[in-house]
Design a protein around this ligand. Structure first.
Ligand code: ARG
Length: 245
């Protein structure tokens, strides 16, 4: 009897939860990428989270956010597990084959993180060196395609920079903002000028034009009303202060 009641309660809960979930806009990200997404204790926070929250608000829906490895972010929207992939995702021709992208919300790029005892002089110097990157990123693609070699893959930009500090890699390539966060307070480390120019946008499953339209409208609004600039300033400061703790 007890078991039956428990099963009934469990069934109710599953229904209740899935109903809730259907109602919510689900964001998928990889939260080791400050200031775009990082952890404040257990909570996922950052610029991308606020952008997606604003999209959910515009749709009049609840909002949920989950973090997975960067490799799994785009697959999660393709499979329908999540609605919005927002993880400082660079728009690339390759990715465009599998997902639709919103209008860009920032133009940025990748840089080289190096140790001042081994100053970076230019791309030619990277050939044949051990180069750390976060797996699945455009930094990985750069090493594979532009340098024609295998990178040393880490699960986060910070882990790649830790390998640089420990002497396990010679250079790290990463997006400029998380790279800046990583070198904050590290007197022996520095970053280069941009190696590429890249646009970040939100990725969604192909064939959802109504959702894409709302996302684009939201991005246009947060750019023009100053919210985006405010989030960039606030989350950069918060991520830097967490770094210094
Ligand atoms: N912009 C790069 C890319 O799209 C790196 C993104 C990594 N993002 C993250 N949340 N870890 O490949």
């Amino acid at each position: 009897m007890n078991k039956m009641i428990m099963a009934a309660v469990a069934a109710l809960c599953v229904c209740g939860c899935s109903q809730n979930n259907d109602d919510a806009i689900k964001m998928i990200t990889e939260a080791t990428f400050p200031p775009y997404e990082f952890l404040r204790g257990q909570e996922i926070v950052g610029i991308d989270v606020e952008i997606c929250r604003a999209i959910a608000q515009k749709l009049g829906k609840k909002f949920q956010c989950e973090t997975v490895d960067f490799d799994s972010v785009i697959p999660a929207v393709i499979s329908g597990k999540a609605d919005l992939a927002a993880a400082g995702i660079t728009v690339t021709e390759d990715r465009k084959k599998n997902v639709d992208f919103s209008i860009p919300y920032v133009t940025t790029g990748i840089v080289v993180v190096y140790s001042k005892s081994n100053p970076y002089t230019g791309p030619a110097q990277l050939k044949g060196k051990r180069i750390g990157v976060q797996g699945g990123t455009t930094s990985e693609t750069y090493v594979l395609e532009q340098l024609g070699q295998e990178p040393e893959r880490s699960r986060s930009p910070a882990e790649a920079v830790a390998a640089l500090k420990a002497g396990r890699v010679d250079f790290v390539i990463a997006d400029i903002d998380p790279a800046k966060n990583c070198v904050k307070g590290e007197n022996d480390l520095a970053i280069s000028d941009f190696v590429t120019s890249e646009d970040y946008a939100i990725a969604i499953k192909k064939g959802r034009p109504d959702l894409l339209k709302i996302i684009d409208e939201t991005i246009a609004e947060i750019k023009s009303d100053g919210r985006l600039a405010k989030w960039v300033a606030e989350f950069t400061a918060e991520a830097d202060s967490l770094k210094n703790k």
